[in-house]
Ligand binder design. Structure first.
Ligand SMILES: [Zn+2]
Length: 250
């Protein structure tokens, strides 16, 4: 498959408005003509997780450095939440995908739906930063595959989580099954991180992951949780995210 050379992005797509004003612009890499597959990278949906923004910037730099297959489009939104805070107007954007009270969540949801309707294969990647408050829920250095969702409703629900965490020392990735397990395995192989199955006990229906899981079997999602403590290791980050891009853009 031919690689498209050159420096992207080709254009910016207006998908909505930030709370408090300002255009939400998604950068597009690649050409729509002939595209069958779309990847959508989302950084910092929690505004206080600047490490997540750094991660997406490193992925973007890696994409610019290697070009794209002609059938693939890449979109990036970073930051998704520019408030500088986890919450926007007291609402958690990553719990708002049922109610969609925030303009940010409405914009992201609509754009995901557009991608799902148009392309044969869609992969959504959302980066978070992992904080002390939830440190106990993750183990570092592992790659976990597979996520299955059970139940509906607005309360926290029990779920079988087969879905992935990717970890460089901890990229949590819970995912819809289509692509996630393969990606998790490849990422583990390339980075040397351990890969094992994992079950997550709970999730929130308002999460982006939950919303995405209902867009169809051709839509997958990977979520990173990046530990604050690893931010200083820029070489590890750059290498790991370059490898991640190498896996998902093929
Ligand atoms: Zn977060």
């Amino acid at each position: 498959m031919a690689l498209l050379d050159g420096v992207y992005p080709v254009e910016q797509v207006l998908i909505g408005t930030y709370s408090g004003g300002g255009d939400m612009l998604v950068r597009q890499y690649g050409e729509v003509s002939g595209a069958e597959r779309a990847l959508f990278f989302i950084g910092q949906i929690h505004g206080d997780e600047s490490g997540a923004g750094d991660a997406i910037r490193l992925m973007e730099a890696s994409i610019e450095g290697r070009g794209l297959p002609g059938n693939t489009l890449v979109y990036l939104l970073n930051p998704a939440n520019r408030s500088g805070r986890r919450l926007i107007d007291g609402i958690d954007p990553n719990r708002d995908f049922l109610d969609r009270r925030l303009s940010e969540t409405r914009a992201i949801a609509s754009f995901c739906e557009r991608l799902a309707a148009r392309y044969r294969s869609v992969l959504i990647v959302s980066a978070h930063q992992y904080n002390d408050r939830n440190r106990g829920t993750l183990r570092q250095g592992f790659v976990f595959p597979l996520y299955e969702l059970t139940g509906v409703g607005r309360q926290k629900i029990a779920g079988k989580a087969g879905g992935a965490i990717i970890s460089m020392s901890a990229l949590l990735d819970y995912t819809t099954p289509a692509e996630s397990e393969a990606v998790a395995r490849q990422f583990a192989d390339l980075t040397g991180f351990t890969y094992e199955a994992m079950w997550k006990n709970e999730m929130y229906p308002g999460e982006l992951m939950y919303f995405v899981s209902r867009l169809g079997a051709h839509v997958s999602m990977i979520e990173f949780e990046i530990p604050e403590s690893e931010r200083s290791n820029i070489a590890l980050w750059r290498d790991s995210f370059a490898r991640f891009v190498q896996i998902v853009i093929r």
